[in-house]
Design a protein around this ligand. Structure first.
Ligand SMILES: *Cc1c(COP(=O)(O)O)cnc(C)c1O
Length: 230
């Protein structure tokens, strides 16, 4: 089942790229495996998946030990400062850096271990109350401050678009994040790179790709619906 769903997602990524004249190799699929057992991740791994997205520190550390070493783990959920130390040497990228205090704490932990951590600035484009992320006007001052941290490499921007029935409703959100990426890139800030746009989930990744996503985070579309313990 996972093999088929994965193929379907990959096919839809290819077609979305075709529609807008992009090379599918520009788009990295992150298989969002939160709440799913390692057996399911292994199945996706056997089908070629090497990038997995998780939103909980404990889940990353547990799965990390049980799965092959050539997996790139992407932290996509809200990160508490006191938990950075558990994952800092395990993750390929932190997508959810949304405050200077968090960035400072990452810098501190990374310096201790002589690591440089690739991160994305999380932007709450739609300014939803329920979501984390910087507001659009906060992003530039944030990046100007983070640029001075030698153990953090900002690689781009991430957003979680609102939950909508029709993916088209999120097109303007994705377009705004793309525009912000272009605006920031033009400033050529030292140590600030704008190569990555992490946007689009199961319901809207094709629209996100049409608007310039270079990473899409797809969970339900690959692994099926999640059941949360009550
Ligand atoms: C859960 C999650 C996803 C994947 O959501 P689906 O709708 O299941 O594809 C993507 N990004 C983040 C930040 C998430 O927490």
């Amino acid at each position: 089942m996972i093999a088929e769903q994965l193929q379907q997602v990959e096919e839809r990524i290819r077609r979305a790229c075709q529609r807008c004249g992009r090379n599918p190799e520009e788009v990295t699929l992150i298989a969002v495996s939160k709440t799913k057992p390692v057996e399911m991740l292994l199945e996706a791994y056997q089908e070629g998946c090497r990038c997995f997205g998780e939103n909980k520190v404990q889940e990353i550390t547990a799965k990390y030990d049980q799965l092959p070493e050539d997996i790139s783990w992407h932290m996509i959920g809200h990160l508490q400062r006191n938990k950075i130390k558990y994952i800092i040497d395990k993750v390929a990228m932190i997508h959810s850096v949304d405050s200077l205090r968090l960035a400072e704490a990452i810098e501190h932990e990374a310096a201790k271990r002589e690591l440089t951590i690739p991160v994305l600035a999380e932007v709450n484009v739609a300014e939803e109350e329920s979501k984390f992320g910087l507001k659009v006007p906060e992003v530039l001052p944030f990046l100007e401050a983070v640029a001075k941290f030698p153990h953090i490499k900002v690689q781009g921007l991430m957003t979680i678009a609102p939950y909508v029935e029709n993916a088209e409703e999120n097109r303007s959100v994705f377009r705004q994040l793309k525009q912000l990426q272009v605006d920031i890139a033009q400033r050529n800030i030292d140590n600030i790179h704008m190569d990555i746009l992490s946007m689009g989930m199961t319901g809207d990744y094709e629209v996100a790709i049409e608007e310039g996503a270079t990473m899409v985070r797809v969970g339900t579309g690959i692994f099926g619906a999640r059941q949360y313990a009550i």
